[in-house]
Design a protein around this ligand. Structure first.
Ligand SMILES: CC(C)(COP(=O)(O)OP(=O)(O)OC[C@H]1O[C@@H](n2cnc3c(N)ncnc32)[C@H](O)[C@@H]1OP(=O)(O)O)[C@@H](O)C(=O)NCCC(=O)NCCS
Length: 230
């Protein structure tokens, strides 16, 4: 895949995917910018295996959806979800749902990760959000970066790839001027974010599902994106 702002905007397939600035130039996670096609960044798992992250394209959404659907059935984060909650989450992550989420004009970053064979193994979306509570000197209502999706394919989990992708998304948000990243972690996935330095702001019921009469626990967490949090 190659990247140019003009080509990206002209391509009808990329409708809504925000290419306003190349987010990767400033990233300290770049291993060797000169060796990479524009728009692709290398990230590594904790064993030093290299993967390529790039913007989500329309052609990726079916593969991403399959990973997310399988995660809702099999990932430890979701084992304690009720069947009803699991089905609601799966229904929101069809290829159409993925396309909608990934092409939201308020996206800060919508990233897909591939292994050396080009297979999709990771997915992360961050969008513009509003801080819901006063937290660490930031007032409720402040503009923050908000993690919307975070998925690693089964078989590639537990290798530090999720942490590497999380860090990349934080780096992009920081480069775009955000000082705080918040996440709404479904089920038990908040443990992953705590391991990555996030602080619990609130444990709650998912209000969107609660409005539909479905109970699903989620956790609101935050992390300050300071220079020394890199
Ligand atoms: C949660 C997820 C993104 C983590 O990615 P990953 O690549 O497996 O995570 P890492 O290997 O970077 O793990 C980092 C640490 O978090 C811990 N961790 C990861 N997922 C966890 C979970 N669900 N519960 C508890 N701890 C978890 C790991 O044990 C590891 O701990 P360590 O540093 O003590 O070894 C991934 O497993 C996944 O896609 N899960 C299903 C979807 C999901 O839960 N998304 C989260 C937001 S909705």
């Amino acid at each position: 895949m190659t990247w140019s702002k003009e080509q990206h905007q002209e391509d009808p397939e990329n409708k809504g995917v925000t290419p306003d600035a190349h987010p990767f130039f400033e990233s300290s996670l770049l291993t060797d910018l000169a060796a990479l096609p524009p728009g692709v960044i290398e990230i590594q798992d904790k064993y030093g295996v290299i993967y390529e992250a790039s913007f989500v394209e329309t052609s990726d959404v079916a593969e991403i959806s399959a990973i997310v659907q399988r995660n809702f059935d099999e990932a430890p984060s979701y084992l304690n979800l009720t069947t009803e909650a699991r089905e609601k989450y799966k229904a929101a992550n069809t290829p159409e749902g993925i396309l909608e989420t990934s092409s939201d004009p308020d996206n800060v970053a919508s990233l897909v990760v591939r292994d050396k064979d080009g297979q999709v193994v990771g997915y992360r979306v961050v969008r513009k959000g509003i801080l819901r509570n006063d937290w660490r000197g930031f007032s409720a209502g402040s503009e923050v970066a908000e993690g919307k999706r975070m998925h690693i394919a089964r078989g590639f989990d537990g290798r530090g790839l999720g942490t590497a992708l999380l860090r990349l998304s934080e780096e992009i948000a920081r480069d775009k001027g955000y000082e705080v990243m918040v996440v709404n972690a479904s089920g038990d996935s908040y443990h992953f974010f705590i391991r990555a330095g996030y602080e619990v702001i609130a444990h709650e019921d998912n209000p969107i599902l609660a409005a539909k009469g479905v109970k699903a626990n989620r956790t609101y967490l935050g992390r300050q994106l300071t220079e020394d949090s890199r």
